[in-house]
Design a protein around this ligand. Sequence first.
Ligand code: S3P
Length: 431
Amino acid sequence: MERTIAPPISIRGTVTPTGDKSISHRAAIFNAIAGGEATVENFQPGADCKATLRCLQALGVDWKLDETDVLVIKGAGLGGLREPNSVLNCGNSGTTIRIMSGLLSGQPFFSILNGDASIRERPMARVIEPLTTMGARISARDGNSRAPIAISGGDLTGITYEMPVASAQVKTAILLAGLYADGETSIIEPTTTRDHTERMLQAMGADIIFGESPRITVRPPSHDLSPLSLRVPGDISSAAPWLVLGAIHPDAEIRVAGVGVNPTRTGIIDALQSMGADIWLEEERTWGAEPVADVVVRSSKLKHTMVSGNLVPRAIDELPLIALAACFAEGETVIQDAAELQLKESDRIKTTVTELKKMGADIEARPDGFAIRGPTRLKSAKVSSHRDHRIAMMLAVAGAVAQGETTVRAADAVAVSYPRFWQDYDKLTRR
Ligand code: S3P
């Protein structure tokens, strides 16, 4: 699908993004092995989370998702999953394939995980290696590094694993396998990544121990985990396009309602604030184990910033949007320590630079990020999402602030994490 965008003169309004993708995957997977039924409201209805649900169905888990995004899921218990009779299709979802690898490593049966062309190019050794060390028998394509991944699980032993890459997906896979292992399993993160897994497993009664940061330990439970009913906070990664749009559009005020503001995820707000954006939180509250707020943003005069170190995992999926914001900021912005961007749904260093350059941005690719000089006035162009949902949303925002009409090719890629994106876009930018 192609989408043509005419920049709106002014923007005023409120958007409520769909539920958080990371929390939705976890709510489905963790509740699938709990001992009872859970109700998950505001479950993210994108293609990625639906891929997770389909995998769980193939493993014998009963669930129902209605059109109001309420998921009711019946936990099969820690030992209640059954061998799937076909290949598990993870679609475009890195979170599904990596977290499921951990879960399946703990199961005494055979399973195969596969996905689309993008997933089959993405690195899987980062989960396969530690899970193999724990005792799972895993083979995969390309020297055990890429999907399809075949797993014969069971008989695991706990390990202490120093993670070479900061990845919440890998952390989650190992902690899940640790639920099924003999003895303790500990992971040591190079920098803190999103901590939804720890919060949720702890709330379900798992024995999670926080050692001297960043060490996290799990002990196998002696009984089933309790089901966890929750209302999923709005996804800050889906709020992010509106936050950047509000800051860079010359006449805007946008409220994004019910956004998860877990401190391991709020790098986008910190980065925009460091650029001088007029952005603040209102109505701060908690939903279950997670902090939530409304985030309000207004047209701002931005200056350059530096994004590096610990901020990178806290804003990893928002870095293309920060690069776009930097096009409107005075001076040179540098985004570094972000080589991981090359390994996402697309090579996001390359796709961001290629597409923003078509619109006249002064942006340069670096091996671990970008350098952007601003301010520049972006101009209309025909751009492509490269079938990457985050790139599609970033280009929609770029089009809304460019001179003239912009066409985004493969604009339907947004459905992976935010199926209502274009409806919300129309609602907010209606003239
Ligand atoms: C996610 C972790 C991040 C992020 C992805 C979702 C998660 O990936 O980019 O969109 O839910 O754990 P990595 O673990 O590869 O950093």
